[in-house]
Write a protein that binds this ligand. Sequence first.
Ligand SMILES: N[C@@H](CCC(=O)N[C@@H](CS)C(=O)NCC(=O)O)C(=O)O
Length: 202
Amino acid sequence: MKLYFAPGACSLAAHIAIEEAGLPHTLERVDLASHKTEHGADYTKINPKGYVPALMLDNGELLTEVGVVLQYLSDQRKDRRLMAEAGTLERYRQMEWLSFISTELHKQFSPLFRPDTPVATKEQQLKLIGRRLDYISEVLARQPYLAGAEFTAPDAYLFTVLGWLEYLKIDTKPWPRLGEYAARIRARPAVQKALKSEGLLK
Ligand SMILES: N[C@@H](CCC(=O)N[C@@H](CS)C(=O)NCC(=O)O)C(=O)O
């Protein structure tokens, strides 16, 4: 399988899951501004949606959408317990987290990355993101990871999105627990490996 990624973008969640699952893979970096891959290919011909992540399976099928790619990867190595067995309530809870992070958190950041977003819109987005982080922080007061006692795929996704707070220089003082959580995840060998190979760690 091949993961199309951009350093530090939401594709990092998939990259972490690949490393956590120990799956053989190759990587191809995408320049999101020019839509060219590192090998000079037109990325829009590979993924007409134009965004990352995209996972090219060995049979030539392309899988997109973070929440789905994470579940696919997790299901390749069930013994690593990145997602619970399909059909169980535990699995639906994890899917609930994937959906929440995608729609209620990840996508609220998108206008903050656009240079032409009006300041008032950015402020509204920051307030909304703050409310979501308050909620997540309350949950993490009761348990070390989103789905309970163990690291699972939704944690790879949340860790990736939390990384954008620093990049965007957002004050994280209201959520010290999230900083501790991110530090714990960052220390995982698979996460270190993914960060290093994206050039985000020396
Ligand atoms: N719904 C998509 C969103 C993916 C997305 O927002 N990707 C961003 C990076 S985090 C991107 O590639 N943006 C560039 C673009 O939209 O052209 C998913 O869940 O995978």
